[in-house]
Design a protein around this ligand. Sequence first.
Ligand code: IMP
Ligand code: MG
Length: 180
Amino acid sequence: MRGDLERVLFDEPAIHRRLDDIAAQISNDYRELDLTVIAVLHGSLMFVADLLRRIPLPLKLDCLSVASYHGKAQSSGEVVFKQIALPDVGGRDVLILDDILDSGHTLAAVRETLETAKPHSIRVCVLLSKKKQRAREVDTDYVGFEIEDEFVVGYGLDFRERYRNLPYIGVLRKELLEEG
Ligand code: IMP
Ligand code: MG
């Protein structure tokens, strides 16, 4: 799988060092609050597992499963929620965790949907944020790394469901994106 990458952007130690910083900030900011983490699956799996083990607060964890890509490298704009019941976040201090902010469609839709349950507060934390003009603006409160507008895989991020198990994050070779 390493051969499919153009280059590695963040190796394991770099990711873990950054998680130490973000976890310390979150732990401090949510000291007095009723933290409920909402993980956006599947891309955020590794991120959530590694980040939450660094936060020594009595938090709740729930997951949302959404899809907007349908096997392509560009967002279709249509965000589909894959479960019937949404997490009950009424009155809670919600922190949405996702792998990457790209067009903004996914996080804007997740945020809007959770807001209908009247949480006390909502913040957004992403591991990666692409520097680009977004289709929908999304305010982020915690960002692991800002990256250029390139397609990345690894550490939970996939291309057609592959590469999620790479322990590092890298840029996928362009010719693989263009195939079939
Ligand atoms: P958005 O709705 O365009 O902001 O995209 C959000 C979702 O698209 C993320 O949660 C990822 O699952 C996926 N995505 C966006 N960019 C990439 C990428 O560079 N690599 C892998 N997945 C991506
Ligand atoms: Mg994906």
